[in-house]
Design a binder for this molecule. Structure first.
Ligand code: FAD
Ligand code: NAG
Length: 347
């Protein structure tokens, strides 16, 4: 049985926004877990900036809360010094990110008042689950906030669409579309695409559970379509793993009829195609991500990668969901967001 790890706060991202959040939490003795997609902290600053780069604002505007720059730091902090400062910050506040762990989706479970977060440990390619009271998204303004970065996605030349902006399958007739994320919204979108004549495929990362007790009768044996029903029934599944039963009858019929193809996991994305686990390569025109952070009302806090609420209320979502570092105000904005989040969290 898949076990979920219970945490008070889950912080996503180990760059300045996540690190500041972690430091503020640690100072107030709030337990948290931090996950980071890359294999090190501050990967942007360590690996994706050029050597001669300096912070473009004077250091007094680029100091993280609760730790000053060492004596003798130049007014415009060079990249290397900034990385050293961040490393010092991580030591000082004993931040221990879980690296190579990418969050794929988070859904609020109203019954338990908890966020159920699916992530993937990329080192061993295993799905990990967290159940969190609070969720802090510190994934950076440039990360689109809720598109999980699958290896190779930046080089994909087709369309990459988020389910939150998906309207209808009308313009996808006869196109090859891949839906990533087989929760309720993924199933709905796949159904809509297929009924509009799109050549639809869906990526399923784990066994899917039918919605009805009579599921076997209605769906029949779907294992040959890549869908293995979990051994637990839907109610037990929900109470033990926090995962809702999904798959509606319409989608299941289309899968059985071969109108929607099922794949079990993405290995990598090429310019025009996707390679699945097992090595099969399939061309696609568009990839649709039915992932993201969904509150009780099913809505995402983000639109096009930024919070829907404008400054100064951008950082506060519903149900204990917060974001840090999305105010387009650099490191100063990050510090403000983190302090706001901690104040509300402690209430
Ligand atoms: C070249 C450059 C110069 C800048 N100079 C300044 C300056 O002088 N002063 C200033 O105030 N600001 C500056 N900024 C702006 C800002 O302060 C930085 O971009 C800062 O790094 C933002 O930090 P962040 O933590 O919000 O986001 P990011 O640095 O983007 O970090 C987000 C982290 O989240 C991780 N992540 C994303 N998605 C997931 C997921 N699904 N699961 C797990 N982990 C995930 C990423 O791997 C990444 O490590 C600059 C930015 C750039 C690019
Ligand atoms: C439809 O998609 C499948 C993969 O899911 C692919 O093998 C097949 O070639 C596609 N059909 C057309 C007509 O492109």
């Amino acid at each position: 049985m898949e076990m979920a790890e219970e945490v008070v706060v889950l912080v996503i991202g180990a760059e300045p926004a996540g690190l500041v959040t972690a430091a503020c939490l640690a100072r107030r003795h709030v337990p948290y877990v931090m996950v980071e997609r890359e294999s090190c902290s501050a990967s942007l600053w360590r690996h994706r900036t050029y050597d001669r780069l300096k912070l473009h604002l004077a250091k007094e505007f680029c100091e993280l809360p609760h730790m000053a720059y060492p004596m003798g730091t130049p007014t415009y902090v060079p990249r290397k010094r900034f990385v050293e400062y961040l490393d010092g910050y991580i030591d000082r506040f004993r931040i221990r990110p879980r690296y190579r762990t990418v969050v794929e989706s988070a859904v609020y479970d109203d019954g338990r008042s908890r966020w159920v977060v699916s992530a993937r440990d990329m080192a061993i390619d295993v799905e990990v689950k967290f159940v969190a009271r609070f969720l802090v998204i510190a994934t950076g303004e440039n990360s689109k906030a809720n598109i999980p970065l699958v290896p190779g996605l930046p080089g994909f030349v087709g369309e990459a669409i988020l389910s939150s902006v998906y309207k209808s399958g009308k313009c996808y007739t006869r196109k090859n579309i891949l839906v990533v994320g087989a929760g309720n919204s993924g199933m709905e979108v796949a159904y809509d695409l297929a009924t509009h004549g799109a050549n639809t495929s869906i990526v399923v990362r784990r066994p899917l559970n039918g919605n009805l007790n009579a599921a076997n009768v209605i769906f029949g044996d779907m294992s040959k379509h890549g869908i293995v029903r979990p051994k637990m029934g839907p109610l037990l599944l929900k109470s033990q793993t926090g995962r809702s039963a999904i798959i509606d009858v319409g989608t299941a019929k289309l899968i059985r009829g071969g109108f929607i193809k099922v794949f079990t996991g993405i290995s990598t994305i090429n310019a025009n195609s996707v390679v699945f686990h097992g090595g099969k390569e399939v061309p696609f025109d568009a990839i649709l991500f039915a992932t993201g952070y969904k509150s009780t009302n099913g809505e995402s806090m983000f639109k096009d990668g930024f919070p829907k609420k404008g400054f100064p209320n951008h950082w506060k979502g519903e149900d204990g969901l917060y974001c840090v570092g999305f105010a387009r105000r650099g490191l100063t904005g990050i510090a403000m967001d983190a302090k706001n989040v901690i104040e509300v969290l402690l209430k």
